[in-house]
Design a protein around this ligand. Structure first.
Ligand code: GLC
Length: 457
């Protein structure tokens, strides 16, 4: 019989092959993390057969649409106006550095050609084109990174079992049997294998992929945080991804502190540290951060939702996110014909024009050493602090600005307006700086002051 010690050693040696426990990101991964943080801005795309219904990506769940009928929409999905080059140009023009697209959402429909299920864009639609493949090629051609959203939960498959808190009205046999209690078992092996097969396809057939963005773990909220990695077999899945593409980052929108093996931390509809939408109460980790956010109130195309943030509001949101040291992943829900809504395109243009001039104060910066204030936020790089004054209709800008920097022995050498370079008078006593502001154009979404210090901040 083998001794306990040798068994332990054997286990320990074997562990890294199938587990992410004790995960140490590879060099390639660390480089990708740094690039991700420098990017600061990406565009999210929620697109699937649900777009036909024009009622968001949750239509199947919200309206309790049976899979047998819902899935027939695939045979009528023909996005005749889809043009990957047009999408990528519009997105690149916004200043975004990466695109995250739904490869498979909760309805289980794959937007790529997959051998793991016939329920996919190539085999189940008359369109027959692998839009993920077309997008991947175009992203490579135009030099922008591609990330894949991938749903952990599934509203159609019988082997997505045990069911979670959603998907009880989509006509599955298991739901009809009314098994509402959660047996304390992991998800079915066949389902976990199916996901790993698809992830292997996604990471083998489309060139370098910047990140896999998981969503849906929250569906199994009957299980504790400790149980989650086990029931989903997350460590095995994460190890597979890092083995296939070491630089591929893993993010999981589970609304908790990250698990081992994850490379970025995601916040939904809120800047880290703020929790207005109620999905971002988790602590902030030391991983690169990303906030995903809709421009209106829907992820997937919603015909009636015209409740868009103003273009200036979108710029301010990007600046606020950067001020917290996080990336903004701003969402668009394309129409079923393959076009991007004009409201979204207009905001992409505004962002692009703004970033062209002011990108230096956002890309490659860290969150500023001065936390958010009534007047706005700060970003920083090296010895430079960018003070972003964000005018609000109900909150006029002050005439003098008091700043409290963290280190007393850091002398402010110069303060100027970022646009035009006008000098701004200031006084400094130890950590306290007082700036006397000139008359400012409050119609701008962001008035930036550039403060140069003697030492690194
Ligand atoms: C939520 C929604 C999902 C959406 C995601 C994007 O988890 O359930 O539909 O894709 O947020 O952040």
């Amino acid at each position: 019989m083998r001794s306990i010690k040798s068994l332990f050693v054997a286990l320990f040696v074997a562990l890294p092959a199938f587990s992410q426990v004790g995960y140490i990101p590879s060099e390639a991964n660390q480089k990708a993390r740094a690039e991700f943080e420098d990017a600061r801005f990406g565009i999210f795309i929620h697109w699937g057969i649900y777009s036909i219904l024009g009622d968001g990506e949750w239509a199947q769940q919200v309206q309790n649409l049976p899979y047998a009928e819902y899935s027939r929409m695939a045979a009528g999905f023909y996005p005749s106006k889809f043009d990957a080059a047009e999408w990528v140009s519009a997105i690149k023009g916004s200043g975004a550095k990466y695109i995250t697209i739904t490869s498979r959402h909760h309805d289980g429909f794959s937007m790529f050609g997959t051998k793991a299920s016939p329920y996919n864009i190539v085999d189940a639609t008359p369109f027959k084109r692998d839009i993920i493949g077309e997008l991947a090629k175009e992203c490579q051609r135009q030099g922008i990174k591609l990330h894949f959203y991938y749903s952990h939960l599934d509203w159609g498959r019988e082997d997505y079992y045990p069911l979670g808190r959603t998907g009880w009205g989509t006509g599955r046999k298991i739901a009809a049997e009314g098994k509402k209690e959660h047996p304390a078992t992991p998800l079915k092996r066949s389902y976990l294998d199916f996901m790993n097969t698809q992830l292997t396809e996604l990471l083998t057939n489309y060139g370098p992929i910047g990140a896999i963005w998981f969503d849906g773990v929250w569906d199994q909220d009957a299980f504790s945080r400790e149980e989650q990695p086990k029931i989903w077999n997350l460590y095995e899945q994460y190890a597979l991804i890092h083995r296939l593409q070491p630089s591929c980052l893993i993010g999981n929108n589970h609304h908790m502190l990250p698990f081992e093996g994850e490379d970025i931390q995601i916040f939904e509809q809120d800047i880290p540290g703020q929790n207005e939408a109620g999905l971002s109460g988790q602590e902030i980790s030391r991983l690169p951060l990303e906030t995903c956010k809709t421009m209106n109130n829907s992820w997937g195309y919603n015909m009636k939702d015209k409740n868009y943030m103003s273009p200036a509001g979108v710029v301010q949101y990007l600046v606020r996110t950067a001020g917290k040291g996080a990336n903004l992943l701003l969402n668009i829900g394309p129409r079923p014909d393959g076009t991007l809504p004009e409201e979204a395109l207009a905001r992409l243009k505004t962002l692009g024009a703004w970033l062209k001039v002011n990108g230096e104060t956002i890309y490659g910066t860290d969150g500023g050493c001065i936390d958010k204030q009534d007047w706005g936020v700060t970003t920083q790089r090296g010895k430079t602090l960018y003070v972003h004054l964000l005018p609000q209709a109900d909150n006029p800008l002050p005439e003098t600005l008091q700043l409290n920097i963290p280190k007393a022995q850091n002398r402010l050498k110069a303060a100027t307006l970022f646009a035009g370079g006008e000098k701004i008078p200031f006084k400094q006593t130890s950590k306290d700086i007082t700036l006397t502001l000139p008359t400012l154009d409050n119609a701008q979404p962001d008035i930036i002051l550039e403060l140069t210090f003697a030492k690194e901040l």
